[in-house]
Design a binder for this molecule. Structure first.
Ligand SMILES: Cc1cc2nc3c(=O)[nH]c(=O)nc-3n(C[C@H](O)[C@H](O)[C@H](O)COP(=O)(O)OP(=O)(O)OC[C@H]3O[C@@H](n4cnc5c(N)ncnc54)[C@H](O)[C@@H]3O)c2cc1C
Length: 368
C-alpha cells in the first residue's frame, strides 16, 4: 500500500510527487510513457510559473525574453517590453525528464504502465487497476492525484467528463533558422482565426504553433507549413505535435473523495493564451499540501479534509480562470479593437510589470 499514487509525470504530477516524497510519503508515480518523452508544448515558462518550480530549472532555459511582439489584425504590431524577464523558453522533453528525476531523488517510485483500467475508493483508500506489459496489476493507496493531462482517464473514471471541461486544440513545430536569436517572441493575431500563431525563439531554431480559442478550431500541418513559408521562407518543419489544452467553463472540477485532479486533468489551463504549466505546478503543489494536511500517512478516514482543503486553496486560481475566460471572450470576439486597446502604453506597462513580477491575473487587474 502506498500513501499516494500519482498518474501522469508532467509538471503537475512531478511537482506533487517531489513535495510528497520529500515530506516522507510513499509515492508511486505512473505514466504511460518512459522518459525522456516528447510532449506537445512550446515550453514557455512565465515568471509566476518559474517561481513555483520546487527545484532550480535555470539550466533548461534556452532563451530569456524581455520583449514580446504582438502582431495585430492588419499586420500592425507593437512590442511589449519589461526590464525583468517576461518569459523563459525551455524544451519540455528535457524539463520533464529532469522533473521526474528530481521526484525520484525525493523518494518516489516510477512505473511505466500501458492503460488505466479501473478505479474504486472506500473510506480508507483507493484501488487502481492498470495493465502493464500484457499483465493486469492493482495497487492501493490512501489518496490518488490524477495528473494525467487533458485527456485524463482518471477524470473520466471519477465522473468528471460531465463537468465544464473544454479542450482547446494547439499544434506546434520546430523550424531551423539561421540566427534564431534575432527573432523576438511573438504572438501573431493577424490571421483570420479565433486564436493566434506563435513564434518562440530558441537557440538554433524557432518553435512555431497555432492556438485555437475554439474547441473545434481548424488546424493542420499545412497551415503551419504555409506560416513557416511566409515568415521564414522554409517549409522544413520538424517535430510537428498537437494536443488539446484543457480549461474549464465555470469552476474547475477538482475530484471526489480521495481522488484529487491537478493540472490539465482538472481543466486548469487558462483559455486566453493557453498557458497551462503555471496552473499545473500550482495545483500539483497544492494537491500535495492538501494530502499532507489530511495526513495521508495515517490513511485515516479524513479524505474530505484533503479535497476540501484543496478546493479552498485553489480559490485564487479558479478566480483567475474566470477572469481569463472573460478576457478571452472579449479578445477573440473583438480582436481588432481589443488589440488596438492593448497597444496603449498604460495597459502595456501594467501587464508587462505585472507579468514580469510573477503576479496572477486578478492581482494585475486589481487597479482597474
Ligand atoms: C502545442 C502546445 C503548446 C503549449 N505551450 C505552452 C507554453 O508555452 N506554456 C505553457 O504554460 N503551457 C503550454 N501548453 C499547455 C501545457 O503543455 C499544459 O497545460 C501542461 O503540460 C499541463 O501539465 P500537466 O502536468 O497537467 O499535464 P501533462 O504535461 O500533459 O502531463 C500529463 C502526463 O500524463 C501522462 N498520461 C496521459 N494519459 C495517461 C494515462 N492514461 N495513464 C498514465 N499516464 C498518462 C502523459 O504521458 C504525461 O506525461 C501547451 C500545450 C500544447 C498542446
Amino acid at each position: 500500500m502506498y500513501d499516494v499514487i500519482i498518474t501522469g509525470a508532467g509538471p503537475a504530477g512531478t511537482a506533487a510527487g517531489y513535495l510528497l516524497g520529500r515530506a516522507g510519503f510513499s509515492v508511486l508515480l505512473l505514466d504511460r510513457k518512459t522518459f525522456p518523452r516528447k510532449k506537445a508544448c512550446a515550453g514557455g515558462i512565465t515568471p509566476k510559473a518559474m517561481a513555483l518550480f520546487p527545484f532550480d530549472i535555470s539550466c533548461f532555459v534556452r532563451r530569456t525574453c524581455r520583449e514580446v511582439k504582438i502582431t495585430r489584425p492588419g499586420n500592425a504590431s507593437f512590442i511589449v517590453k519589461a526590464k525583468a524577464p517576461l518569459c523563459y523558453i525551455t524544451k519540455r522533453t528535457d524539463l520533464d525528464a529532469y522533473s521526474l528525476e528530481k521526484a525520484l531523488q525525493a523518494g518516489c517510485r516510477f512505473s511505466k504502465i500501458d492503460r488505466i483500467i479501473h478505479l474504486e475508493q472506500d473510506d480508507h483508500g483507493i484501488n487502481l487497476t492498470f495493465s502493464c506489459d500484457g499483465k493486469t496489476d492493482c495497487v492501493r493507496a490512501g489518496h490518488l492525484i490524477g495528473a494525467d493531462g487533458a485527456n485524463s482517464k482518471i477524470r473520466r473514471l471519477v465522473g468528471g467528463q460531465w463537468s465544464s471541461i473544454i479542450k482547446l486544440p494547439a499544434l506546434e513545430a520546430d523550424v531551423p533558422v539561421k540566427n534564431a536569436g534575432r527573432y523576438p517572441m511573438e504572438f501573431d493575431f493577424s490571421r483570420d482565426i479565433q486564436g493566434y500563431y506563435w513564434i518562440f525563439p530558441r537557440k538554433t531554431r524557432v518553435n512555431i504553433g497555432i492556438f485555437s480559442a475554439l474547441p473545434n478550431g481548424t488546424m493542420n500541418r499545412t497551415l503551419l507549413k504555409n506560416y513557416a513559408g511566409e515568415r521564414f521562407k522554409t517549409d522544413a518543419l520538424t517535430d510537428v505535435k498537437g494536443y488539446p489544452i484543457a480549461t474549464s467553463y465555470g469552476r474547475a472540477y477538482l475530484g471526489t473523495g480521495r481522488v484529487l485532479l491537478a493540472g490539465d486533468a482538472a481543466g486548469l489551463a487558462e483559455p486566453l493564451l493557453g498557458e497551462g504549466i503555471y496552473s499545473a505546478l500550482k495545483s500539483g503543489i497544492l494537491s500535495a499540501r492538501a494530502i499532507e494536511h489530511a495526513d495521508g500517512r495515517k490513511a485515516s478516514a479524513r479524505s474530505a479534509d484533503a479535497l476540501g482543503w484543496y478546493r479552498q486553496a485553489l480559490g485564487g486560481l479558479q478566480l483567475d480562470l474566470r477572469l481569463y475566460r472573460y478576457c478571452a471572450s472579449i479578445l477573440y470576439r473583438f480582436q481588432k479593437w481589443s488589440l488596438a486597446a492593448g497597444s496603449c502604453s498604460i495597459l502595456q506597462n501594467c501587464f508587462s510589470r505585472g507579468y514580469s513580477k510573477g503576479k496572477a491575473l486578478h492581482e494585475i487587474l486589481r487597479p482597474f
